[in-house]
Design a protein around this ligand. Sequence first.
Ligand SMILES: Nc1ncnc2c1ncn2[C@@H]1O[C@H](COP(=O)(O)OP(=O)(O)OP(=O)(O)O)[C@@H](O)[C@H]1O
Length: 239
Amino acid sequence: MGVSPVIAIHQVSHFFGRGRLRKQVLFDIDVEIYPGEVVIMSGPSGSGKTTLLTLIGALRSTQTGSLQVFNQQLREANTRELVKVRRYIGYIFQAHNLLQSLTARQNVQMALDLHVEIDKKVAYQRSIDMLAEVGLAEWANYYPQELSGGQKQRVAIARALVSHPKIVLADEPTASLDKQSGRDVVELMQRLAKQQGCTILMVTHDNRVLDVADRLIHMEDGRLSTQDQAFGLPAPVSP
Ligand SMILES: Nc1ncnc2c1ncn2[C@@H]1O[C@H](COP(=O)(O)OP(=O)(O)OP(=O)(O)O)[C@@H](O)[C@H]1O
């Protein structure tokens, strides 16, 4: 028996607006993503990448087709089911949306608040350890405005990974970072994901980081095309 996909999307379309303003932004999306894969999605601005990411993240309702995450069908799922799915997903979205009034450690620990089974002391220690993993041990008690862009992005990564999610969804995690910090951030995500065995789906325009992917997928005008291998190389022909 083969490994089952952690994300299975079949014939998913998406529409925004109503009546005359109704506009289709996703067309018959079909894709399966497997445990432990690092998948990078590229594509022009406005092509529908963020929309697809928020559907997979159970942050928006699936309107048509079938979208299964951890074998849970998200189309017509109720709030309780959606919340349950979200608990196993780490989100790294644009502008890192850290809470300015919380320290780096508190921002990270917040992600564990959903997990009532984790004792507060354990949550505290795990947050400190996770910050150390991303190279910010010394910065745990600093506030976001005291950190550089790259450091803030690393706090966001620590927050996304501290609960050991099964899936990490990242929307342009290297935006606003210089070349080296962008590289560092992506390699860090890749390393931590491999350590924790989680799946990463990352949207990026940044050609400099494509090589961390196991697979590239491309969105254009709401349609997804896939390539079997990173770098768009043709698949080897079997003898
Ligand atoms: N809440 C919304 N209401 C109406 N239209 C929307 C909404 N969100 C996105 N759109 C439209 O849907 C299309 C796809 O947007 P989406 O943000 O998914 O693209 P994207 O590929 O992520 O772009 P970018 O790379 O610029 O973030 C765009 O035409 C956008 O204007």
